[in-house]
Design a binder for this molecule. Structure first.
Ligand code: NDP
Length: 246
């Protein structure tokens, strides 16, 4: 069967909004049982209700990816419920853009802890299970900012370049064990992501920029494309920009 996702189990981090929410819904539509992980449980419950109403299957696990105990609980709860993990979508992320001269050190730390350490720790927890199963698929959401630097993006760029590098390095270890890896590199997507920027001056500057954006569903389709391939096909990298973004 070339449809890998039917009857699979997929964990999606950052499923409470934006790309993660759209991805969880799209994977569920393809027949995956989806495990919804993020901090905002009300949003996760609402999404789980929508998925089950549409005939899908979802499990909510409150997770802060910066907490190692939460990561272990997420993996244990998934295994208790389903006994397997076929797909891990590491999507949780924060983008606290600011010029370095005004940068808040706690913002720099938060980006590293969520975007990079959380992603690495959860991958570290899930990979042994995929090895036992003789297969699985790790999808890491990086960014165009993981391939190209941008002004005011130093901390964010550092984490996303890290995600891209981490994903390609683990590919070399895991591909011989039939574990696939994909790095997703979205351009501008219309989500809550920029609303968390704390630098007032930059927020004002950004509000004046009119640029094309994708919808979260556009990225979700890319993730479904990568994960629903026959088992001998390993889609390693997808960069998806809105038409018109340079
Ligand atoms: P959103 O802000 O809508 O989503 C971010 C998600 O990350 C939320 O579900 C949030 O959930 C979760 N999250 C944040 N901190 C934590 C944490 N400590 N533990 C667990 N979950 C956390 O933005 P997007 O959908 O745009 O972002 C998703 C990914 O896409 C990010 O990695 C982002 O860097 C990447 N991306 C986005 C682009 C864009 O233009 N929007 C472009 C390129 C990449 P909660 O707050 O409930 O914990």
């Amino acid at each position: 069967d070339s449809k890998y996702l039917s009857d699979s189990v997929a964990i999606v981090t950052g499923a409470s909004s934006g790309i993660g929410e759209a991805t969880a819904e799209a994977l569920a539509t393809e027949g995956a049982s989806v495990v919804l992980a993020a901090r905002r449980v009300d949003e996760l419950e609402a999404l789980a209700d929508r998925i089950t109403t549409e005939g899908g299957d979802a499990l909510v696990v409150e997770t802060d990816v910066t907490e190692e105990d939460d990561i272990d609980t997420l993996v244990e709860t998934t295994i208790d419920e389903y006994g397997q993990i076929d797909v891990l979508v590491n999507n949780a992320g924060v983008m606290l853009l600011e010029p370095l001269e005004r940068a808040d050190r706690s913002n720099l730390r938060q980006m590293v802890e969520v975007n990079l350490i959380g992603l690495m720790n959860l991958t570290h927890a899930v990979v042994p299970i995929m090895q036992q199963q003789d297969g699985g698929h790790v999808v890491n959401v990086s960014s165009v900012a993981g391939r190209e630097t941008m002004t005011n993006g130093s901390g964010y760029n550092a984490t996303k370049f890290g995600v891209t590098a981490f994903t390609d390095a683990i590919r070399q270890e895991l591909s011989p064990q039939d574990i696939r890896t994909t790095v997703i590199e979205p351009g501008a997507v219309d989500t809550e992501l920029p609303t968390h920027i704390t630098d007032e001056q930059l927020l004002e500057q950004l509000s004046e920029v009119d640029m094309p954006t994708l919808a979260p569903e556009d990225i979700a389709r890319g993730i479904v494309y990568a994960t629903n391939q026959p088992e001998h096909v390993d889609v390693n990298e997808l960069m998806i920009r809105p038409t018109g973004q340079t």
